[in-house]
Ligand binder design. Structure first.
Ligand code: F3S
Length: 640
């Protein structure tokens, strides 16, 4: 049978279920990654499983999100993660070394393997022909324990690339064009597989950047074939042995095919405040910019930085704006230093920061009030920058570089953008720390910021809960559990961080939820879009939220809700969404029985009327919900 590339990797890793779209399946996981914002919790969860060592081919713990050390909390967490990694057999990447996805691509990405990461942009590694997926930290902790990853078998969308890449067009324009056409919901339930003659036009970091923002489409994953470009990349990284040629069979089929002609693309920009709010740079030319940042896991490698440096050489950043450069890895920073790019950036007036996520997660670089910021980041959801009512535009390094010269959005054709750069110098200064042979005697370091994982009780049979908050469509995980420099350091302290749930929308939420005791949150379509942040499920659960009612859920957030024992129900009759108000009481009877019996319709009483909700969950997910969460469930089922 002729298989596409996704089907081949799925088949090689399938341990449960049939490869039919929409069916529950389970896959073995070869590699895992965690970052500090989600990794401390994943580490506490892994410890709670009581194993001696991780059971994957490669597991890596990166510190890249919250690398400021303003008080003891972050450094305590970093030392905790380093000692955890050494104790249990993970690679460790210290703060300042770079962004997890850039580093994983450079050091561990391997064609044909599966990768599960506690970060939604784990999909980045799809550029290396990996089946790379984002998940909650608890799923990643389970994968580190050798457990299979359970998911709904996705459909495969073939993206056929044709034509030639014009010099002023880059990876961002390709993925923004797909976001323009498909929207932030268009990839839900799909893996996007790129194929066709246009694939050869793209270098490996560009392929990864395109896969990276598949997360913004809501896709389960994105994947490119592994070819000579992949081989050259791995050879440059001194990892030629990791290469394997992989592609779809010539007669294989896709569930849907989207045609994209690279020659016809225009430089694009996503406008505030959603990555699918896309216009051409030409249309937006003239929008003043107070700040421009080149960086993030999508566009911070040697190629992105060197292209910016080459095109800024001998020119000056306009004095009305500020250009920030956040390298994605120590390797990229060293390489542009050696090639003279760093000096060109400095002479042009750019501010150079340490390697890491920084402004992308609201750690520094907040824009000034009522100003526009243009960033090469993957997402621009409201408030993510750290500034309330922010106006963040997204574009590739080509548009960002041209815009820096004018202090306004500019089309790279205005400066005759030249994409040609020298080959990267042979430098590999990453400070990755390998795991010791035997970490059994290593003592784990715990500062006062590390609180024990809270006990989560099983689901009760009868549930009387009050609507603590009713929300609109497209609520993001940033809305639910905001990021930022005052909140992120509390990520390993659930009682403390949960006080910030919905903080930017409703400052009294935490107090009200705890007063209600048991409560329900109501949302519209695409509830929980955005990151894999499991605190957005665990925080509400800690405060007493046992049910979420929505018109639809984003994939990773739905999985996180189940993992923490919150029942994700959708409205059978969408009109009931209109009829349900804040502070009403919703009463479920026989809930656990209905869940375990596999019933799809769950009925509840709201005042005098009854409302029916839908629970789409596999038998395993139903058992997890009844147990009160995945940790309770796997503790009882883990194999020796
Ligand atoms: Fe970091 Fe932003 Fe990527 S927070 S992992 S650079 S999306």
């Amino acid at each position: 049978m002729q298989l596409n590339l996704t089907q081949k990797i799925l088949e090689n890793h399938l341990v449960k279920g049939d490869l039919k779209a929409g069916e529950p399946i389970a896959l073995t996981i070869d590699q895992t990654l965690t970052q500090d914002a989600t990794g401390t919790l994943a580490a506490l969860e892994f410890e709670a499983l009581g194993l001696e060592k991780v059971r994957t081919q490669v597991s890596a713990s990166y510190v890249d999100h919250n690398i400021l050390q303003a008080d003891h909390k972050n450094p305590d967490d970093h030392r905790f993660l380093q000692s955890f990694a050494a104790r249990f057999g993970l690679w460790f990447s210290p703060p300042g070394n770079g962004i997890c996805h850039q580093l994983h691509m450079l050091n561990f990405g391997k064609p044909g393997c599966t990768l599960l990461g506690s970060d939604s942009h784990t999909v980045h590694a799809g550029g290396l022909a990996m089946l790379a997926m984002g998940a909650g930290g608890l799923d990643v902790a389970a994968a580190m324990a050798g457990e299979a990853f359970h998911l709904t078998c996705p459909k495969v969308m073939g993206i056929r690339l044709t034509g030639q890449l014009p010099p002023w067009i880059g990876a961002k324009d390709i993925i923004l064009e797909l976001l323009r056409r498909l929207t932030v919901k268009g990839g839900v339930g799909w893996i996007l597989e790129y194929f066709g003659p246009g694939v050869e036009e793209l270098n490996l970091p560009q392929r990864c950047a395109i896969c990276n923002m598949g997360a913004e489409l809501g896709a389960t994953g994105s994947i490119f074939p592994s070819d000579q470009t992949t081989k050259n990349f791995l050879t440059n990284q001194k990892r030629e042995a990791d290469f394997a040629s992989m592609a779809a069979d010539p007669e294989s089929k896709y569930d849907q095919v989207v045609e994209l002609n690279l020659s016809e693309l225009e430089p694009l920009v996503a406008c505030p405040s959603s990555p699918d709010n896309v216009k051409t740079a030409r249309e937006l030319a003239g929008v003043p910019l107070d700040q421009i940042i080149i960086g993030s896991c999508a566009h911070s490698g040697y190629g992105s930085l060197m292209k910016a440096a080459n095109n800024l050489k001998g020119r000056k950043v306009d004095e009305s704006t500020r250009l920030h450069v956040n390298p994605g890895s120590r390797q990229a920073l060293a390489q542009i230093s050696m090639n003279g790019g760093l000096v060109d950036l400095l002479e042009a007036g750019a501010r150079i920061h340490q390697s890491g996520c920084l402004g992308c997660i609201g750690i520094g670089q907040a824009p000034a009030t009522k100003t526009n910021s243009l960033r090469t980041f993957p997402r621009n959801f409201p408030g993510r920058s750290g500034t309330i009512n922010d106006q963040v535009y997204l574009a590739g390094p080509e548009v960002a570089t041209a815009s820096a010269l004018f202090g306004r959005i500019a089309d790279p054709r205005e400066i005759g953008f030249d994409p040609v750069i020298p080959d990267p110098p042979d430098l590999h200064p990453d400070a990755l720390i390998p795991p010791p042979e035997d970490g059994a005697n290593i003592k784990i370091r715990r500062g006062p910021n590390i609180a024990p994982f809270p006990e989560l009780k099983p689901l009760p049979e009868e549930l009387e809960c009050k609507v603590v908050l009713k929300l609109e469509d497209n609520i993001t995980t940033d809305d639910i559990m905001p990021a930022g420099s005052s909140i992120l350091p509390l990520r390993s302290n659930i009682p403390a961080i949960s006080q910030f749930v919905f903080h930017n929308k409703d400052k009294d939420f935490a107090k009200r939820a705890q007063n209600y005791g048991t409560c329900v949150v109501v949302g519209g379509e695409n509830y929980g879009q955005g990151s894999s942040r499991e605190h957005a499920a665990l925080g509400p659960r800690y405060l007493g939220v046992r049910i979420k009612l929505a018109l639809s859920f984003a994939r990773i957030h739905r999985a996180n809700l189940i993992n923490f024992g919150i029942v994700p129900l959708t409205f059978k009759n969408p009109l009931d969404y209109q009829n349900l108000s804040q502070d009403e009481t919703v009463v479920f009877t026989g809930l656990v029985g209905a869940i375990l019996n596999g019933e799809e319709s769950i009925t509840a009483r709201v005042g005098e009327q009854s409302m029916t909700f839908v629970l789409e969950a596999s038998p395993r997910e139903r058992e997890i919900l009844a147990a009160g969460g995945l940790l309770n469930f796997i503790k009882g089922n883990i194999s020796d």
